[in-house]
Design a protein around this ligand. Structure first.
Ligand SMILES: [Zn+2]
Length: 478
């Protein structure tokens, strides 16, 4: 193991734990400096640290990454998925109609804490930003102390026009019924700029630009996003080919390419209906994919051929895609589902292994959101984002492959502390830097106003859902 030069003093030594390194578990001390891992040392050896934290009997694991979620749904739980994506979307939008900036902050706090509680020290929040929301989200994540990639979700196409792969007469009926209109291109770019400004100087916050889908954005908006991303050196995040309708609608990936968005630094959420040629294009461009297996089941969208994606050489992370479609922000639960999702159709010799999907929940997710080598690994130079886990309370036994046990058994009740940037942010299930009781109470107080705003939009959402429910393909369960 490397050690710090004698003249360098670490801020913190995490001593006596069993550290999951890239080479497997090892008894080691972690030396932290400036919020990063400075070094791993033999137990009790190496340079002194200003502060020592004992981790005897504990596992020290890298923080996990939830690489695609929408925090608003933590507050708007009444928007639970009850239909396929296209008919459900108007209802989902209705569920968030009453979301104020304060509500967005409450939701983001709940989301960040939920993620931490499941070992995800980083989330990618693909957030639709109302007025003032950008600052509210930045403040909320900063207060919790979690790491976040905030992707400004933008769109400027009316719902009916975004429905590719839907019969023209149905589309016309939807257009006639839908009175909601669409945001202007300018308003969406303004939201992006507000987020860039609000997050400036926050080193735990990464800003991304997040066209909702290629179909929901005009060419002008996609061009403006490409220009803004280039101007500020930002990554990109987009929903892509989640449903069969989107596949039937044409070449979604080609739209991104035409506007200069298919490049390294882009991650696409879902990609359930990407074909082999698409995967080759993604790989060639250096773009990544975020797999959301539970969301794809909960909305009946389909099941991604994850092996094909991995064999194409595409970087893959895992996402939970919001409370209303994927439940808690639990990357290990998604990993377990990703492991088993397509086994019924595959020869056993082709089945993925727990080690394959463990890599996606940690280092894969980090790479997918543009923070590869900095997160998801416990190695010198990486951010000190880590988990202290009691193996007894997690149900983990020694002498058996650790990633396999984590994928199959999760963290159980074993997560003692989650650390971000070299400091604890959650202990025994509760955040250390925000008053979760007050946040939860406020979440409850906001429910009547949210319900009232939803109720106003619900008749229209129901009408649009009825128009669309007959258009989506129904598959037969054998
Ligand atoms: Zn999503």
């Amino acid at each position: 193991m490397k050690t710090l030069p004698d003249e360098r003093k670490a801020d913190v030594r995490i001593a006596g734990g069993r550290v999951l390194t890239q080479d497997g578990p090892a008894d080691a001390d972690l030396l932290l400096a400036g919020g990063r891992i400075a070094d791993l040392a033999e137990p009790g050896e190496g340079p002194a640290a200003a502060h020592t934290v004992r981790a005897d009997g504990l596992l020290v694991l890298p923080g996990l990454v939830d690489a695609h979620t929408h925090s608003y749904a933590q507050l708007c739980r009444h928007g639970l998925a009850t239909d396929r994506l296209e008919p459900w979307l108007p209802g989902a939008v209705a569920s968030g109609a009453g979301l104020t900036a304060e509500g967005a902050a409450v939701a983001a706090t709940l989301s960040a804490v939920d993620a931490l509680r499941h070992g995800a020290t980083t989330t990618l929040d693909h957030a639709t930003l109302g007025e003032g929301h950008a600052q509210a989200l930045v403040d909320a994540y900063s207060a919790v102390g979690a790491r976040v990639a905030l992707a400004a979700q933008v769109q400027d196409v009316a719902f009916a026009d975004s429905l590719h792969g839907v019969a023209p007469d149905v589309r016309a009926d939807v257009a006639a019924a839908d009175t909601r209109g669409a945001p202007t291109t300018e308003s969406q770019i303004l939201r992006c700029r507000e987020l860039i400004e609000a997050a400036a100087g926050h080193d735990r916050i990464t800003v991304l630009l997040g066209p909702s889908t290629p179909e929901r954005c005009s060419g002008a908006l996609l061009d403006a996003v490409a220009a803004l991303a280039a101007e500020h050196g930002l990554g990109l995040h987009v929903h892509l080919l989640e449903t069969p309708q989107q596949r039937a609608g044409g070449d979604s990936l080609g739209i991104l390419a035409d506007h200069g968005l298919l490049r390294a630094g882009l991650s696409v959420a879902h990609g359930v209906h990407l074909d082999a040629a698409d995967l080759a294009r993604l790989h060639e461009a250096g773009a990544a994919l975020v797999h959301n297996p539970l969301s794809n089941l909960s909305l009946g969208s389909g099941r991604l051929d994850l092996r094909a994606v991995l064999e194409a050489g595409v970087t893959v992370g895992l996402g939970c895609d919001s409370w209303t479609t994927g439940g808690p922000q639990d990357p290990l639960a998604q990993a377990r589902l990703a492991l088993h999702n397509t086994r019924p159709e595959e020869p056993a010799a082709a089945w993925l292994t727990p080690g394959d999907v463990w890599a996606l929940a940690a280092a894969g997710g980090a790479a997918a959101i543009g923070l590869g080598d900095e997160l998801g690994v416990l190695a010198p130079g990486a951010h000190a984002d880590l988990l202290l886990v009691d193996p007894l309370a997690a149900g983990i036994i020694d002498g058996v492959d650790l990633p396999m046990q984590l994928v199959m058994g999760g963290l159980g009740h074993g997560l003692r502390e989650a650390w971000v940037a070299g400091r604890p942010v959650l202990r025994d299930g509760l955040p250390l830097h925000v008053d979760l009781g007050a946040i939860a109470a406020r979440a409850a107080e906001l429910q009547p106003a949210l319900a009232a705003a939803t109720a106003e939009q619900q008749p229209l959402a129901d009408r649009l859902a009825a128009l669309l429910s007959s258009t989506v393909p129904q598959t037969t369960v054998a």
